[in-house]
Design a protein around this ligand. Sequence first.
Ligand code: PLP
Length: 485
Amino acid sequence: MTDSTLPFDSRLTSSAYSQALQVIEAVEPRIAEATRAELADQRASLKLIASENYASPAVLLTMGTWFSDKYAEGTVGHRFYAGCQNVDTVESLAAEHARELFGAEYAYAQPHSGIDANLVAFWSILAHRVEGPWLEKFGAKNVSELTEADWEALRAELGNQRLLGMSLDAGGHLTHGFRPNISGKMFHQQQYGTDPETGLLDYDAVRAKAREFKPLVLVAGYSAYPRRVNFAKMREIADEVGATLMVDMAHFAGLVAGKVFTGDEDPVPHAHVVTTTTHKSLRGPRGGLVLATSEYAPSVDRGCPMVLGGPLSHVMAAKAVALAEARTPMFADYAQRVADNAKSMAEGFLSRGASLVTGGTDNHIVLLDVTSFGLTGRQAESALLDAGVVTNRNSIPSDPNGAWYTSGIRFGTPALTTRGFGHDEFDKVAELVVDVLSNTTPGSTKAGGPSKATYLLADGVADRTRSASAEMLDKHPLYPGLDLA
Ligand code: PLP
């Protein structure tokens, strides 16, 4: 029995991949072998990493073409290379699908990843808000007309801007102003957190910080916050202090696309600029997108040469295919199941006495606080992996174990929902996780002191978890019917 939510034809896909692997085998058999092994591993593991998914064969196959060989710096119809007519078709289609799907005024499909999309967004905002008015004041059309002294002064002006984003331990991303990331170095940054009691975003506290700090850019969005955000409120705060609202929806773009997040929870009508990855809940190829209002479109359109070089045309083609898939009712149904399944998993944890950051979820993420098991995130992550449960450790608010060892495990439902897991399976997953963690004890260092990394998993637990997982995974195969001859 399977109810995979992926659209594909198993006979055609089996034949396409079997032949493709033969072609690769003839040149470097070890790569063909690793490719087969990766499919086998992905099929056999309980993938609960919140940022991962399984793209459709149509999306994956689209990336393996000669579009990879073409340089196309510039924008549609305005390239720095000849012969880009087919890349123009691909990029236009990706942008059109993105605009239609998200109801955006403008879409830019070139960023290679989420980090690239955020860099394009930051520099577009700086170009629009700082560089443009500055050039106007000096009567220059572009920076090439500036003297060295003018240019130095502009550089100081650009580097003197402020950004307010969500802190890493509250669930924000590195690119939201974390000091070691370029976003924390190119901007004067401050961070907002969550309420220490509830773990929820406190909009009044964000407002108070924004009033005091007066950022040029207010960033909303997250990597590990298990709740929805009210973007209408974030826009109100941005407007009050004259900030540009940038929303990074990398994690939850699939829920926006599938209309699970609507109204105040849909960032697109509220933000000036929205960035996303295309490979997480959106279930496309590894890449990024920037959406913007018409006001910001001209500066976003200068992503190349501002921070990008040649676009990955083969990936833009795959983005167009994935976005076309995301416009179907089948995808909307998938997105709703992703959110429903997260609730089932959260209830599964709570009913077994586990503690969750914010007490639950209303998106695709469940963040388990593992301190009640007497473990660090690192110990819990390793013990779960021994039992075939693939997750990642994550900071929790005011984490006592810091960003390396951490005190949380982040779970996400997009990947296993793609395989067809539903309420009962996610409840069972919670049971298995609680069983593994209840049977894990902290180890010690070589010197005999307490360790935040070593652990002991009781005998037999890994085997019983693996066999219970295998039963569920067999019922919901990845790419059912795909057979690599
Ligand atoms: N933004 C958010 C909110 C993310 O969670 C991530 C990835 O984890 C990124 C950006 C970066 O995406 P990428 O790994 O594609 O650069």
